[in-house]
Write a protein that binds this ligand. Structure first.
Ligand SMILES: Cc1ncc(COP(=O)(O)O)c(C=O)c1O
Length: 403
């Protein structure tokens, strides 16, 4: 077999149960089902599956997707409101490229998906965290922040947020806040870029309506992806936006030159969806991910009872507050020495000034037994740090973590 590091982004580290990565459990990736969908697609569409594709994406995919979104979200999405991308990260890069100018302020949720920061910084934006409380973004205080920024002459074209089964907290923004936020954005001329990556990873009942479904057209752009529901290697996702914005995307030079993004994969996804394989796969993997969540939560409640956490109703992440005065950076090397790793909470704040006592724990990659063992190791690491003599300097620690 090839060296996995030369083929894939991340290979396991010997001896470490890694709760840092928001990646799928390898055994749950649908290798055989995708192979079958690929063969059916090539037989059905023949050469058309392999030539340059339609600018916004192939029609069979867009039609399946809009039907599907009608079932898993409220309200309807029109085919003219879809643009196929290489995933949510690509969607964010494209949207930011069209909306943001160097020197603009981009508002981001606090905390939010840390790997979105680089994409936004690539546009020369200054990132400012929105005011939040324990329910998430606070619309009235965000309105005040927008007024202050406007008074100081700053342009604020967009707000980035993951309101549903968020990365990193696993939480959902409450319905009233969704309505207030969308209303604020409409009044302020602010575009909300809603990253809806985890909508279909719902374990305890349906996900709340998206901001996209609640808003007037032109206020929200939604980013979707099949990275979590099917496989990240597909690099397949989409943007939902009003027709005019989709036309700006289809008019981009590189689309004009190379045709629609990821044409063959999008056609295969249409086959995978229409055959029912997608729905069965999401249902089956959802049961596994729910069991993994339960194993990690139960393990932590038993082995690390002074961690403060609540079980998320969906997604892949759990956010936990460490007992005072332990910080995520002081615990990290001790946790590694005990064979468990996580991402420090401060990485999910645009200015890194908050989240020092929080950690993000992902339950997506490991089976339940290993998650219970990881929880036990974390409990031992906490105990070790607690017993450390006060005043001892904390070792510097900042491992890169993705997903
Ligand atoms: C909130 C969020 N957005 C985007 C991504 C990346 O999505 P994609 O692989 O489709 O680019 C992730 C992956 O961890 C994520 O958690």
């Amino acid at each position: 077999m090839d060296n996995p590091v030369a083929v894939i982004q991340y290979g396991p580290r010997p001896g470490i149960l890694d709760l840092g990565w928001g990646h799928p459990r390898p055994e749950l990736l649908p290798v055989e089902q995708w192979l079958e969908a690929g063969q059916t697609t090539l037989r059905e569409h023949a050469w058309q599956a392999l030539t340059y594709g339609a600018a916004a994406g192939p029609r069979p995919f867009i039609e399946w997707l809009t039907d599907h979104l009608g079932g898993c979200d409220h309200g309807s999405t029109q085919p003219s409101e879809v643009f196929v991308t290489n995933g949510a990260s690509h969607g964010l890069a494209l949207v930011a490229d069209l909306l943001v100018r160097p020197g603009d302020v981009v508002l981001v949720d606090s905390p939010t998906y840390h790997l979105a920061f680089r994409t936004l910084l690539d546009q020369g934006a200054e990132l400012v965290g929105v005011p939040t409380d324990d329910q998430g973004v606070h619309p009235a205080m965000t309105a005040e922040l927008l007024e202050r920024l406007a008074r100081s002459g700053r342009r604020v074209p967009m707000l980035y947020i993951v309101p549903t089964f968020a990365n990193p907290t696993g939480r959902c923004l409450p319905h009233e806040r969704r309505v207030e936020l969308v209303d604020l954005a409409r009044r302020a001329g602010l575009t909300i870029v809603e990253d809806d990556t985890y909508r279909e990873m719902a374990y305890d009942g349906p996900a709340p309506p998206s901001l996209w479904s609640l808003a007037e057209r032109g206020t929200v752009i939604r980013l979707g992806t099949f990275a979590k529901t099917v496989a990240p290697g597909l690099r397949l996702g989409w943007i939902n936006a009003e027709g005019g914005f989709v036309r700006r995307l289809t008019g981009l030079g590189y689309i004009n030159s190379g045709g629609g993004v990821n044409h063959t994969t999008a056609l295969t996804m249409a086959t995978f969806g229409r055959s029912g394989a997608y729905q069965s796969h999401v249902a089956a993997t959802g049961r596994h991910y729910a069991a993994q969540r339960d194993a990690l939560v139960a393990g932590l409640r038993t082995c690390a009872p002074d961690l403060q956490l609540s079980a998320p109703a969906g997604g892949w992440f759990l956010w936990a507050d460490l007992p005072s005065p332990i910080t995520a950076s002081s615990l990290a090397p001790v946790a590694e020495a005990h064979g468990v790793a996580y991402v420090e909470g401060r990485r999910f704040f645009a200015d890194g000034a908050d989240g020092h006592r929080a950690v993000r724990l992902s339950f997506s990659m490991l089976p339940p037994g290993e998650l219970q063992e990881a929880a036990a190791r974390l409990g031992l690491a906490l105990e070790t740090v607690r017993q450390r003599a006060p005043g001892r300097p904390e070792p510097a620690h900042d491992p890169h973590r993705g997903g």
